[in-house]
Structure formats: structure tokens, C-alpha cells
Design a binder for this molecule. Structure first.
Ligand SMILES: Cc1cc2nc3c(=O)[nH]c(=O)nc-3n(C[C@H](O)[C@H](O)[C@H](O)COP(=O)(O)OP(=O)(O)OC[C@H]3O[C@@H](n4cnc5c(N)ncnc54)[C@H](O)[C@@H]3O)c2cc1C
Ligand code: FES
Length: 275
């Protein structure tokens, strides 16, 4: 049996409440276990079930950190656990982001809702390199100000000029207070692209969010002149095996679990129905 089919025993070390039903969970596996930004792994709760999830931070000191939304049976069972509980981790699966592609280039990150979680892992991996000269621009849209994940941390990174940050929300009573000087507009996240100045030939873009976001933003990014092999998207599908054996996740003729979940727009053009 491949190693990735055997859950590695782990302990739930910490639950960090962030936004209602979107908490950050820290797991410490008993054995070395690495998940790169953009890859995913399965959290297995004994006697309950398992679900795939990405990390929201690069693995540091063996700690696996994920922002997990409570949506159904298994994630609800996880929310009922307390630190010290035992569970299993299986993986890592998928390709993840090719960090080489981001080196020496300007980076445009576009997140919608929970899509901020995997993009935060990528962002933190890029920020480790203090010598980086390229810009990092983050456009992040959410329902309302209080639903913006990692908001204070992102605002602080913008204040320190490590990233350029713009928020969008569907509605807000106050467009000043919650954003501490960071630009925010009412509207959709793709509208934040409207007056953004950047060098498309120097830029790599990564987008993560609900499928509705992809419908408009991918063509808009392509129209700016960013090469389609440098417009990256992470796809989500119901997963089972995670290793290209069960065909559960096939879309557009590719295995999302094994060949993805990160695809370039150039690849997606050859995968009809994948979005
Ligand atoms: C590659 C990948 C990365 C993911 N990363 C994260 C993450 O970082 N944080 C996070 O909170 N969730 C993430 N998910 C989604 C997560 O796997 C589902 O929310 C989880 O499986 C729900 O399990 P459940 O038993 O609690 O819900 P269920 O009872 O199985 O389902 C509850 C609801 O969630 C929907 N749902 C279930 N699975 C998925 C899925 N794979 N994609 C979209 N909708 C789904 C169902 O249609 C249903 O409406 C990721 C999924 C994939 C495939
Ligand atoms: S989840 Fe089994 S083939 Fe992808």
C-alpha cells in the first residue's frame, strides 16, 4: 500500500478561532509529514470519516496548519474535538504551486472567501525570502468585513509594505474602521483589477475562490496580457483516494487530485468542463 494511503497518527494541538465557523487548526503528526503550499491532505477522524484540506501556512517545526470551514458531518465532528485529541493525516497529495515560477517575478494573488487559506500558505512561503524584489499584490474579496480571513495579519503586512493589499466586500456599514487604511470597495473582487497598474509580462497570478469567481476573472487576467501559463488556479473536487486511482475527481480528462489541484489557465483551456 502506498504510504499516502496510510494515515499518519497526529494530535490536534490548537484551535484558533478566527471567523465564525472558519477556525485555524494546528495538527502535529507523530511522523514527518510535509504539505507544500497548494497541495492538500486528508484529515481522518476515527469512526467518523475524512475530508481533503489544504494548508494555510508552510509547515514549520512539523506543525500542519489549516483554516477549516465547518460545513458538514466531518468538519462538524472536528469542531467538537478538543486540543489533545488524536486523529490521522493522509497525504500529501497533488502538485502544489511551483515556487520557481514566482521567483524574480511580480506576484498577483486573487482570493475569494475561503480561497484566502491556500493563498496565505503561498504568500507566507514567498515572504520567507526577505531578498525578494518583486511586488506582491493581494486582492481579496469576501461577503462582509468580519468574514475576511487573516484580516489583521494582512493589514499589518501591508502596513510594513511587504504586500500591496486591496479588499472588496459585498456590503459594509463602515468602509474605514475595519480596514485600518487599506483600500476596500463594495463590489466583486475582480473589480479590484480595474485600476491596478502592473507589468503583465513580469507577473505571475494565482487565483483561489469559489467557481463563480473563476468565471469572470480568468479571462480578465488573460486580457491584461499575463501569459496563460502564468495564471494559476486551484480547483476543488470531491476526493476519495487522492492518488489518481478511483476516478472520483476527474474533470476535463485530468485527475484533479494527482495532476492538480493547481492548474494554469493554459491547461484549463484544454480541460472543458473543469471549472
Ligand atoms: C483540494 C481541496 C482543498 C480544500 N481545502 C480546504 C480548506 O483549506 N479549508 C476548508 O475548509 N475546506 C477545504 N476543502 C473543502 C473540504 O474538503 C470540504 O468542505 C469537506 O470535505 C466537507 O466535509 P464534511 O463532511 O464536513 O461536509 P459534507 O457533509 O461532506 O458536505 C457539506 C457541504 O460541503 C460541500 N462540500 C463537500 N466537499 C466539498 C469539496 N471538496 N468542495 C466543495 N464543496 C464541498 C457539500 O457539497 C455540502 O454542501 C478542500 C477541498 C479540496 C478538494
Ligand atoms: S480522488 Fe481518486 S482519482 Fe482523484
Amino acid at each position: 500500500m502506498p504510504d499516502s494511503l496510510l494515515p499518519v497518527p497526529a494530535v490536534l494541538e490548537r484551535i484558533h478561532p478566527m471567523v465564525e465557523d472558519n477556525h485555524v487548526f494546528t495538527f502535529v503528526p507523530d511522523l514527518p509529514f510535509n504539505v507544500a503550499p497548494g497541495q492538500f491532505y486528508e484529515v481522518s477522524l476515527p469512526g467518523v470519516g475524512s475530508f481533503p484540506v489544504s494548508t494555510c501556512h508552510p509547515v514549520v517545526n512539523g506543525r500542519i496548519e489549516s483554516c477549516i470551514r465547518r460545513v458538514g458531518r466531518v468538519t462538524d465532528a472536528l469542531y467538537r474535538m478538543v486540543p489533545g485529541a488524536r486523529l490521522g493525516l493522509r497525504g500529501a497529495f497533488g502538485n502544489g504551486f511551483d515556487l520557481e515560477l514566482f521567483a524574480e517575478r511580480d506576484v498577483l494573488l486573487i482570493a475569494g472567501g475561503l480561497g484566502m487559506a491556500p493563498l496565505r500558505a503561498l504568500l507566507m512561503a514567498l515572504l520567507v525570502d526577505e531578498q525578494r524584489s518583486g511586488r506582491i499584490v493581494l486582492l481579496y474579496g469576501s461577503r462582509e468585513p468580519k468574514a475576511l480571513l487573516f484580516r489583521e495579519e494582512l493589514v499589518e503586512l501591508a502596513r510594513m509594505k511587504r504586500i500591496e493589499l486591496r479588499f472588496s466586500v459585498d456590503f459594509a456599514a463602515d468602509l474605514q474602521g475595519p480596514f485600518s487604511g487599506v483600500a476596500c470597495r463594495i463590489g466583486l473582487v475582480n473589480e479590484l483589477l480595474d485600476d491596478l497598474k502592473f507589468e503583465p509580462q513580469q507577473t505571475v497570478a494565482a487565483v483561489c475562490g469559489p467557481p463563480a469567481l473563476y468565471g469572470c476573472i480568468l479571462d480578465e487576467l488573460s486580457a491584461t496580457g499575463i501569459p496563460e501559463n502564468r495564471i494559476l488556479v486551484t480547483l476543488e473536487r470531491r476526493m476519495r483516494c487522492g492518488i489518481g486511482e478511483c476516478c472520483h475527481c476527474v474533470a476535463g480528462g485530468r485527475y484533479i487530485c494527482r495532476d492538480g489541484p493547481v492548474f494554469s489557465l493554459a491547461e484549463l483551456r484544454l480541460m472543458p468542463g473543469a471549472i
